[in-house]
Design a protein. Structure first.
Length: 94
């Protein structure tokens, strides 16, 4: 009986982690859908920053934080420090 309960808890915890990964991916996909040719640079920088912060793939984190930084330099936008933090974390965790 105890082993059945342990197996059930293991299956439930695994399905919970899969659901969280799916939810994060849905958020990232929703943010990517917001980027259109008409989106302002400030909005793009913020969206790129959010994608980089949400992603658990370090290459994606570095890519989107760098894209956000490029736009931040043009507009002198205030999230440059956060982007550098995400880039540094991405390289550290690779």
């Amino acid at each position: 009986m105890k082993s059945r309960v342990a197996i059930l808890l293991l299956v439930l915890s695994f399905s919970q982690s899969m659901a969280q990964e799916d939810a994060i991916q849905l958020k990232i996909d929703s943010l990517r859908a917001l980027i259109t040719p008409n989106t302002s640079d400030t909005a793009k920088a913020s969206i790129y920053h959010s994608i980089g912060a949400l992603s658990d793939n370090m290459d994606t984190t570095i890519k989107y934080a760098s894209l956000s930084n490029a736009l931040c330099y043009e507009k002198n936008y205030a999230i440059i420090g956060d982007n550098y933090y995400n880039i540094g974390s991405g390289y550290y965790l690779q």
